[in-house]
Design a protein around this ligand. Structure first.
Ligand code: CA
Length: 407
């Protein structure tokens, strides 16, 4: 193994110099992948993959080296929190979520009875993870996980997921051609990684297969099981929005910096409507204080249920999107405290409108899909420069309103 890894490291180093012009499916990449896969076979078999399965599913597997760029790029950590949330929790997703609650009401009730997780929370996870099954990812899982097992950072982690994907296909729960997902290997309605699938997926419709790709009952129940096994408590909210006193010491903040409700009362916190914290019903809980935009933005006391949601994807912004969407599905409103910006984020519908306006001004921005990617951001920069706005390529309300006004 070490010598193989050195070989691959040299190869990837050479490749990095030439990748600008070389095709992603170069012959050296294929040779490198096949050498690596041969070296991984023994470990795969030890993990429960049969020799026949390994041979059948890895022969001819193609490396996709474009994944290495994605491995080193994490957009959700670069977007301002208000942009992130305004795309994930917009009127469109609330409306789609309410429709999903109605359409799947019967199975969601049975899921709540078995796993003690409420329908709105389950549907909110579904909506944020895969836009209710519409965006489950098009990357063939074996190709992604095979590539990432052999190239780039975190190979040991991806090898574990690769072996799990092989075991899933070996059991026949999901057909190989249906096992597609995100570039990093999360798949299906719930976007579980293969090892999470093995631990937590459930066959809720009783057909003998745990199918998170083509069976919504299995997917929703598996999401509820994930939260249930993570320690979800059905009687608790995920948290409450609070008002901080002026001069608040923001060093007390942090999701993991747990204090009792009485401690937070002594620090001067109130519910966001000005009522005392005692009305929150959170006596006896250990509570963190979430402030994703500092002490001038929305602030929340969070319970262990928020930490359970956080466990789904290990990002606080992401967990807040799910928690907030669940509240909206229960009839709640937007946060009371504004984000500290004079240029608020915009919804997916507004992003599509912005793209349409950019296209009308002659910019080649590709599909009008509500995703502000590189082409959209380049066009926004040109327009920001023309309009005398700060040039940052960000699609917010200011640039939208300027272009709407025909400026
Ligand atoms: Ca099933």
């Amino acid at each position: 193994m070490p010598s193989i890894n050195r070989h691959l490291a040299l190869f990837v180093g050479t490749l990095a110099l030439t990748l600008g012009s070389a095709p992603a499916q170069s012959q050296p990449a294929q040779d490198g992948l096949q050498i690596c896969l041969a070296s991984l076979q023994a470990a795969a078999l030890r993990s429960g993959v049969q020799p026949e399965t390994y041979a059948r599913l890895t022969t001819g597997l193609q490396a996709d080296l474009t994944l290495l760029d994605k491995l080193n790029y994490q957009p959700e950590f670069k977007l301002p929190i208000w942009d992130y949330l305004s795309g994930l929790v917009d009127e469109e997703r609330v409306s789609d979520g309410l429709a999903a609650l109605r359409q799947h009401a019967e199975v969601l009730q049975r899921i709540a009875a078995r796993f003690a997780v409420d329908p709105a929370t389950v549907v909110a996870v579904w909506g944020v993870e895969s836009n209710f099954g519409r965006l489950t990812g098009n990357y063939p899982l074996l190709q992604s996980l095979g590539t990432l097992s052999c190239f780039g950072r975190r190979q040991a982690y991806f090898q574990g997921e690769f072996y799990a994907a092989l075991r899933i296909l070996q059991r026949g729960d999901i057909a190989p051609e249906r096992l597609n997902g995100s570039w990093a290997g999360a798949f299906g309605h719930t976007q579980f990684m293969p090892q999470t699938y093995e631990r937590l997926a459930v066959d809720f419709d009783g057909d003998g297969r745990r199918d998170l790709v083509d069976n919504i009952d299995d997917a929703l129940a598996s999401t509820a099981n994930f939260l249930h096994r993570g320690g979800w408590r059905s009687e608790l909210p995920w948290g409450v929005e609070v008002r901080l006193p002026s001069g608040f010491d923001s060093r007390l903040g942090g999701r993991k910096n747990k204090r009792s409700l009485d401690d937070w009362v002594r620090s001067g916190l109130l519910l966001v409507n000005g009522s005392p914290l005692s009305e929150s019903g959170l006596q006896g809980e250990k509570l963190g204080l979430l402030m994703l935009a500092g002490s001038n933005g929305p602030a929340f006391l969070t319970t262990r249920n928020f930490d359970v949601i956080y466990g789904y994807n290990a990002a606080e912004s992401y967990a807040l999107a799910i928690a907030h969407l669940a509240d909206r599905l229960r009839g709640g409103g937007s946060f009371k405290t504004a984000w500290p910006t004079d240029d608020p984020g915009i919804s997916r519908a507004e992003r599509r409108e912005l793209q349409t306006l950019l296209a009308a001004r002659g910019h080649a921005i590709g599909d009008i899909d509500g995703v502000l990617g590189e082409k959209s951001r380049s066009a926004i920069k040109i327009e920001q420069e023309r309009l005398g706005l700060p040039v940052n390529g960000r699609g917010g309300l200011k640039i939208l309103q300027s272009l709407r006004g025909g400026r």
